[in-house]
Design a protein around this ligand. Structure first.
Ligand SMILES: Cc1cc2nc3c(=O)[nH]c(=O)nc-3n(C[C@H](O)[C@H](O)[C@H](O)COP(=O)(O)O)c2cc1C
Length: 210
């Protein structure tokens, strides 16, 4: 599929058919993590692929699906046949930036942003785009901070891997509740000029005939 077509289809899907995704398809999607960029090629991203129904149900419970369903929502998290836990290992960045080619005056650099989370975002986007390329749909959910230890314990994730989000993958089902659920439909999409400036923040935008 062309990138333009993939981007036109890119949206967070919150309604799935429950039929499983073939293992080799899931393997191709998660293999894209090896193509993800990372600061200093630190490669701190770590994934756990979950397909077992009982574990998906427990993840959904920890994500608050029961309350959501009680309030009239549909059980989209537990229905999604594939969940991919996306984690990041911050220590991989410190290890990498303490190697001789990365030291500045003998010290690890200061970090302008937590690149381990930046890179996890880039990695999860690759998963979503790859899922769309396979004719599937993907979504993302987070959990409240107090649920993170239970999510990690459920999946056996070690202490040094931080929770980032969980990506859901499956075949999209029709979604009668979409208008109710989707932030995108209730908020204005910012204009391009509000998001992108040219040359300097305070530079006036030049139109083509100016
Ligand atoms: C880091 C991150 C966390 C998100 N967490 C949730 C979530 O917990 N539940 C949910 O329904 N959507 C979640 N979303 C999806 C956003 O609501 C969605 O991306 C946004 O409304 C724009 O819609 P679109 O991606 O379909 O264009 C998350 C998105 C991101 C990037």
């Amino acid at each position: 599929m062309e990138l333009e077509d993939i981007l036109a289809r890119r949206r967070m899907v919150r309604s799935y058919r429950s039929d499983p995704v073939p293992r080799d398809t899931v393997e191709r999607i998660v293999a894209t993590v090896r193509r993800a960029p990372s600061g200093g090629f630190s490669q701190g991203h770590r994934l756990v692929v979950v397909t077992e129904a009982a574990t998906r149900r427990e993840l959904a419970r920890l994500a608050g699906e029961d309350e959501y369903v009680a309030a009239g929502g549909q059980a989209w998290i537990s229905t999604a046949p594939v969940h991919v836990f996306v984690g990041t290992r911050e220590e991989s960045y410190h290890e990498r930036y303490r190697q001789p080619d990365k030291l500045r005056d003998g010290e690890e650099i200061g970090w302008p942003a937590p690149y381990w989370y930046v890179d996890a975002g880039a990695a999860f986007m690759l998963l979503q785009l790859a899922a769309i390329d396979e004719g599937l749909a993907a979504g993302v959910y987070g959990v409240l901070p107090e649920q993170v230890p239970d999510v990690k314990a459920l999946l056996g994730v070690p202490d040094d891997v931080h929770f980032v989000c969980v990506v859901t993958i499956g075949r999209a089902a029709s979604d009668p509740q979409e208008t109710r659920l989707v932030s995108r439909l209730g908020q204005r999409r910012l204009a391009l000029e509000e998001l992108v400036r040219w040359e300097r923040w305070d530079e006036p935008v030049k139109t083509a005939d100016a």
